[in-house]
Design a protein around this ligand. Structure first.
Ligand code: GLV
Ligand code: MN
Ligand code: MN
Length: 417
């Protein structure tokens, strides 16, 4: 089947989506910040729904704001084939993370429709709420709930930095139903395929346009609260201090040290936020909150790194006379793609004469949670220098179009089963 992807339209839509942002313009690319349930996020959602409605697709959203755009198949009682991604963006991100899979998914459906294809199974595009952890501290909020991985009550009680709960934020955004209505059963979807930029350098480096993701590394998140004794930066004598930030600095280096010490390229650990109380130049920090993101393809090795960090915490809290409280945010298992979806993707690439490579995703994606309720696979396309979560994130139009075409072909195969 010949499928024509409308490059001009798709690239135009990616550009339009990038205008729904509250980021400062960046000199090195397109800076996008689109935090879940912010005004920009809500505008982006309304715009996406409008694009889908114009096409005649059915649109609905659930209680956490996940959007479902359905092209009904001739056998609409069969489990649908699903695709999609997210449109939220961390502060000062780029314009391709998540958006390529969302708008590419929409274009894949439109392209199939234009080609005259009529799906047997319905094809559904999902836009997940809060894949990024920026606002509520935990990633993949929408897909965690949808896959029944996150307890609805715990989700509703999550708070943002202003101590506003998810429950009130989503209600204010117009999503008022009970979160217990969000989970879908394991047989709800026939399969799930997500198109995404690689966010790493391998495809570009090796000159391969398509990555076929076989597994997704296991992410975990922790919050450390370090409490010491602060006071006046001039008057509090050095021997009397229990500087929480100095202790935090040691903890951050311990994280780096133990992640490196595994010797495995797949162990990665990052302290990406540091909140200092009271946060004044002339005040000794009395409390610091750090957020740790740690991932590995091997969850056992990830846990061994955590144990080593905990031993350092104990030693350091005694030596510096501070308390260190550890809170688990999430500790997820890795996900495997299904052999069937992998085979179909390889088949598509072979039929189309497209060079592809099987690979691991070190970034997490909503696919990690969709794997709990459906056979999954992901399609990666190259991004320049492997850069992501930065304004200079870039994917070439021809790669976006190729990824979208591969997505359309595999959706067609799955929807015909
Ligand atoms: C997703 O944004 C991730 O942090 O892997
Ligand atoms: Mn991201
Ligand atoms: Mn993403």
């Amino acid at each position: 089947m010949q499928i024509q992807i409308d490059q001009t339209r798709l690239m135009g839509e990616l550009q339009t989506l990038a205008t729904f942002t509250h980021a400062e313009p960046a000199s090195n690319g397109t800076s996008v910040s689109r935090i879940v349930f912010s005004e920009d996020d809500l505008r982006a959602r309304a715009w996406l729904k409008e694009l889908a409605a114009v096409e005649g697709f059915d649109v609905r959203d659930d209680a956490v704001g996940n959007i479902f755009i359905r092209w009904t198949g001739t056998e609409h009682n069969l489990p649908a084939v699903a695709t999609g991604s997210h449109t939220d963006a961390i502060p000062h991100a780029g314009m391709y993370d998540g958006t390529v899979g969302t708008l590419g998914g929409l274009e894949a459906m439109r392209a199939l429709k234009r080609s005259g294809f009529r799906p047997r199974r319905s094809i559904e595009l999902l836009m997940f709420t809060s894949e990024e952890p920026t606002r509520f501290g935990i990633g993949c909020l929408g897909s965690r709930l949808l896959s029944g991985t996150l307890d609805p009550n715990r989700a509703d009680a999550l708070e943002d930095d202003d101590e506003t709960s998810l429950s009130s934020v989503r209600t204010a955004a117009g999503f008022a139903g009970s979160l217990s209505s969000v989970p879908l059963p394991p047989n709800h979807y026939h399969a799930w395929i997500e198109l995404h930029i690689e966010q790493g350098p391998l495809l570009e480096r090796e000159g391969i346009p398509i990555g076929i993701v076989t597994s997704i590394a296991a992410p975990a998140g922790y919050r450390f609260t370090i409490t010491g004794f602060g006071g006046h930066a001039g008057a509090l004598l050095m021997p009397d201090r229990k500087d929480a930030l100095c202790a935090a600095a040691e903890l951050i280096l311990s994280v780096e040290h133990h992640a490196l010490a595994t010797g495995a390229i797949d162990t990665v650990a990052t302290v990406g936020t540091c909140d200092i109380h009271p946060g004044a130049v002339n005040s000794v920090p009395s409390r610091v909150v750090l957020q740790l993101d740690i991932r590995d393809t091997d969850p056992g090795r990830r846990e061994a790194v955590m144990q080593a960090i905990r031993r350092d915490c104990e030693e350091l809290s005694q030596r510096r006379k501070v308390t260190i409280r550890e809170e688990l945010i999430n500790a997820d298992a890795p996900a495997e793609s299904s052999s069937h979806t992998l085979r179909l993707l390889e088949e598509v690439c072979k039929e189309q004469g497209i060079l592809s490579k099987k690979m691991v995703s070190r970034a997490y994606h909503d696919s990690l949670f969709m794997a709990r309720i459906a056979p999954i696979a992901m399609i990666f396309i190259p991004c320049r220098n492997g850069v992501s979560h930065r304004p200079d994130e870039y994917a070439a139009p021809q790669d976006i179009v190729l990824g979208t075409r591969v997505l359309a072909q595999v959706l067609a195969k799955l929807a015909s089963e």
